[in-house]
Design a binder for this molecule. Structure first.
Ligand code: NDP
Length: 287
């Protein structure tokens, strides 16, 4: 077991619930593997207690922390500095504490881009169709636009996150070279046309997540084509109905598991400066 001393640094996860999270195992394993003297714990903290938690962690000199729902937006406001991606989305999943100065980052989108690249798919300069404008979808949208995806069509129901998404889309069109357009699902032909010349289709919604595994966001499977890479942010189940049907239509597919791993790896790098030994982590916790 781990040898904790007076020198051991603190990393942690804040949010509610947190008990199910794989982050403690992933980060503690990585620290053990590399001989880094940190320990990573999960703290169940509701949104209204985030300011107190941050004050405590800052006072105690924690090196950094992850934030999961429902703290991702408020944490951005509690930080002293904010990365470009977090500034655009108003959300963060990682804080780095440099001697009391807190910087907010969002690594979910970084994890997505790496997961796609590791599938051997190049989406830089290409077109993307993105379904959803919630937390995960927004992180993907912002990072993809910052990293050089040429065009992104975002689809969301109009009475959901649509208004919030409009502001983010406006910022991206102003600040990046990516051409971003927001649509609702009203006219299925708009979605079909977008998918037809996209290199990648991303499900950024929770539709199809366990226990509702019989559901899919793409009802009409004739929208798939063989040049399309279909990515689902969902990691439970590993193969959603969307991915199964896309595969049957001849598409290459990827699930959200390695996005989760690589967002962790990106946070780990920010805190420790080291590359997470991802192959070991994959084998132990993501197989
Ligand atoms: P949010 O609640 O922030 O967003 C959910 C999104 O799904 C919204 O855009 C919502 O639209 C849309 N949605 C839900 N139901 C429907 C429906 N019936 N039809 C159309 N759209 C719908 O959740 P998150 O973004 O945090 O999580 C979404 C999924 O991503 C979850 O399955 C989660 O597990 C996964 N995830 C994966 C990560 C990874 O690393 N792989 C990281 C984070 C999340 P509306 O605006 O109408 O509410």
């Amino acid at each position: 077991s781990k040898h904790i001393t007076g020198h051991t640094g603190l990393l942690c996860l804040l949010g509610s619930p947190v008990a199910h999270s794989v982050s403690p195992e992933m980060h503690n394993e990585a620290c053990d593997q590399l001989g880094l003297d940190y320990t990573y714990l999960a703290f169940d903290v509701p949104e209204e207690k985030m300011p107190e938690a941050v004050q405590g962690l800052r006072t105690m000199g924690a090196r950094g922390w992850n934030i999961t729902m429902p703290g991702k937006n408020i944490m951005c406001k509690l930080a002293d500095k904010v990365s470009p991606a977090s500034e655009i989305s108003g959300a963060c999943n990682t804080i780095v504490n440099d001697n009391g100065v807190l910087t907010a980052y969002t690594t979910d989108g970084v994890g997505f881009m790496r997961a796609v690249a590791e599938n051997g798919v190049d989406i830089i300069g290409k077109k993307m169709t993105l379904l959803g404008a919630g937390g995960a979808a927004t992180a993907i949208l912002v990072q993809a636009a910052l990293d050089g995806v040429a065009e992104i069509n975002v689809f969301n129901v109009r009475d959901g996150f649509f208004t919030r998404a409009e502001e983010i889309v406006a910022k991206l069109n102003e600040r990046t070279k990516c051409k971003v357009t927001l649509h609702d699902y009203e006219d299925p032909e708009v979605l079909r046309a977008s998918i037809a010349d996209s290199a990648i289709l991303v499900n950024g919604t929770s539709v199809g997540m366990a226990p509702n595994t019989d559901r899919t966001i793409i009802i009409d499977t004739s929208m798939f084509h063989k040049d399309l890479f279909v990515f689902d942010v969902i990691y439970n189940p590993k193969e959603t109905r969307l991915l199964r049907e896309a595969k049957e239509a001849g598409c290459r597919t990827g699930n959200g598991m390695y996005m989760l791993l690589y967002q962790g790896a990106a946070s780990f790098k920010l805190w420790t400066g080291e590359d997470m030994p991802v192959e070991i982590i994959k084998e132990k916790y993501f197989s």
